[in-house]
Design a protein around this ligand. Structure first.
Ligand SMILES: Cc1ncc(C[n+]2csc(CCOP(=O)(O)OP(=O)(O)O)c2C)c(N)n1
Ligand SMILES: [Mg+2]
Length: 594
């Protein structure tokens, strides 16, 4: 049988190194389904429960492997379902290619069934979106879509009308006017600032006496360089959420996360520094950075558009984090006065004691912080950790102690619910020999996590190492938003919008053929982790936790405290427990080590 356009597209993707697609079928991509069967597993098709999950998986694949992630959906509804996951990739700057079907060319413009103007719909999320109108186009569309996604670190979309998918492929267009002859291959360039800019940056950093570093996603490949720089400069290192794994938590001068879900040492680091070095981060909340004028700034970023955006920098270095730091290091003088870094280290050591104490403060029935804290003793060396959006994100950012060699990600910039489980699936497929742990709230679990357990069940047999744990925090509440209402708006919790069904996640896991472990007593938490990580199959660890443990920011403004008081006075249904837990948290912080 002659090669069809869909066969050719898969072959071209293979040539680009794509061996896995995340997708869901429909007759709008019948041509691709036929081609997939002829492709005999290369690329393989991973079948999800909902197209949004395939886009999340493509994004997760890109995040954990550094390769392009590819998702495939049918016309109309299937394509529409992709969008949230694609926006996640766009906002976190990940290379993702979406391939979607469309009705046949002859029907377009006739209000045909499932006819949606996909080029318009995907325009905003995509760096590049094209309809393949004729077989001659397929070659350069694939080449450009992959190359642009990699180069722009963003989303590209190719739309294939059904009839075009099944036309005879044209590998090389005839050599005539209008024909395009594209090729394969992309190699990331070295991107380095000019020598004089590096010297200016070094001068600022050498003159500083209290240097704060903030590292983000762009620093993930620069761990060694970041640590060396911090050691030379006697600096403290804070990290934005997407830079979670950029610096290990067992270094004494790593202050941890920044922002609402950040730490007190980071808050102090930013409050007291005289110099700020930002490496590969677009952390958005300026109120957690030093006030303008307090610190001299140096920023390193691979994207010139992100320079001097959150803080006015004195020196802007457009470059790759590792390369640029390597070029900068020989120009830096080791600070002889170590008192600033010693102060930071003291604050970090005190803070970890606070975190440990908070983890063990009584709650009803289990303190969510304890679940994270106790995992620290069991975290396997090469673990991959995924997170979601909710109060669990706060503890994920703050309480886990990551060591070098681990990987971690969440939906950082879109901060959408629903990333944890599909990211975990993508990670496990890419690295079957590594343990993967997903953390999410019961809201996110009910939104999509529970459906995607079926995807885990479907593929689990292929994982020789079965360690894939989905840790669900059952607090019967959309807790993060409940707290935001209280602390930011001064409104009491509104049960009608906030309370969600008490759903037995562990029992559901068992129904799906996975291991289900439910823990509702503090004394059983450690054993639950041991069991989950030793299970012969992927598991769900359902922790029944207290929704009234406050995910407090590291610094509570007087306005926020007043809002909380107002919310409680105005009749918050949980005010008794909220008061008790809040009091304990604050008390624990004031009395470290007790
Ligand atoms: C798709 C989506 N919808 C809504 C939100 C707003 N939101 C952020 S956190 C949150 C609550 C999440 O609840 P749950 O998953 O139970 O976690 P919890 O906060 O209770 O730990 C909501 C509704 C969001 N970020 N993304
Ligand atoms: Mg919840």
């Amino acid at each position: 049988m002659a090669q069809l356009v869909a066969d050719f597209v898969l072959e071209r993707l293979r040539a680009w190194g794509v061996h896995r697609l995340f997708g869901y079928p429909g007759d709008g991509i019948n041509g691709f389904l036929g081609a997939l069967s002829r492709a005999e597993g290369d690329p393989e098709h991973i079948q999800v429960r909902h197209e949004e999950m395939s886009a999340f998986m493509a994004c997760g694949h890109a995040k954990f492997t550094g390769e392009i992630g590819v998702c495939l959906a049918t016309s109309g509804p299937g394509a529409i379902h992709l969008l949230n996951g694609l926006y996640d990739a766009k906002l976190d700057r990940q290379p993702v290619l979406a391939i979607v079907g469309q009705q046949s060319r002859a029907s377009l413009g006739s209000d045909y069934q499932q006819e949606v103007d996909l080029a318009v719909l995907f325009k905003d999320v995509s760096e590049y979106v094209q309809v393949c109108t004729t077989p001659e186009q397929a070659r350069h569309l694939v080449d450009r879509a992959v190359r642009i996604a990699l180069d722009a670190r963003g989303v590209t979309t190719l739309i294939f009308p059904q009839d075009v998918q099944e036309q005879k492929a044209v590998e090389a267009p005839p050599r005539e006017h209008g024909a395009v002859f594209s090729g394969i291959g992309y190699s990331r360039p070295r991107v380095l600032p000019r020598a004089e800019d590096l010297e200016r940056a070094a001068a600022v950093l050498n003159e500083g006496r209290r240097v704060a570093m903030l590292v983000g996603q762009g620093s993930l490949g620069a761990t060694r360089e970041v640590i060396e720089t911090a050691e030379l400069l006697g600096a403290g290192v804070a990290r934005a959420l997407l830079g979670r794994a950029a610096v290990p938590d067992d270094l004494p001068f790593v202050t941890g996360s920044i922002g609402l879900l950040g730490t007190r040492p980071t808050y102090e680091l930013m409050r007291d520094c005289d110099t700020l070095l930002v490496v590969g981060s677009s952390f958005p909340y300026s109120e957690w950075l030093p006030p303008e004028g307090q610190a001299r700034g140096v920023q390193i970023d691979l994207d010139g558009r992100m320079l001097s955006l959150r803080y006015p920098m004195e020196v802007n270095l457009l470059g790759d984090a590792a390369e640029t730091l390597r070029a900068l290091l020989p120009l830096l003088r080791r600070k002889t006065d170590r008192s600033w870094q010693e102060r930071i280290q003291q604050s970090v050591a005190d803070w970890w004691r606070v975190i440990e104490e908070r983890a063990h403060s009584p709650a009803d029935p289990v303190n969510p912080q304890q679940v994270f804290w106790e995992l620290n003793d069991f975290l396997p060396d090469d673990a991959i950790l995924t997170g979601d959006s909710g109060s669990t994100t706060v503890w994920w950012a703050r309480t886990l102690r990551l060591r070098q060699g681990m990987a971690a990600s969440v939906s950082g910039t879109l901060a959408t619910m629903g990333s944890a489980v599909p990211y975990a699936v993508a990670a496990k497929l890419a690295f079957p020999e590594r343990p993967v742990i997903a953390f999410l709230g019961d809201g996110a679990f009910q939104m999509n996590g529970m459906n995607e357990l079926l995807t885990i069940a479907k593929y689990r047999e292929r994982w020789h190492d079965p360690r894939l744990v989905v840790c669900v925090f059952n607090n019967r509440d959309l807790n993060m938003v409940t707290w935001e209402q209280r602390v930011l708006a001064g409104d009491p919790k509104l049960p009608a919008t906030q309370e969600i069904p008490d759903f037995p996640a562990a029992r559901f896991a068992e129904l799906a053929g996975l291991r289900g472990i439910r823990v509702d007593r503090p004394d059983d938490v450690a054993e639950a982790w041991r069991e989950a990580l030793a299970s012969d199959r992927p598991s769900v660890l359902e922790a029944v936790v207290d929704p009234n443990v406050p995910p407090l920011p590291p610094h509570v403004s007087s306005e926020q405290a007043a809002n909380l008081a107002e919310a409680l006075i105005r009749g918050d249904p949980d005010r008794g427990d909220v008061l008790r837990r809040s009091f304990r948290e604050k008390l624990a912080e004031l009395l470290p080590g007790r």
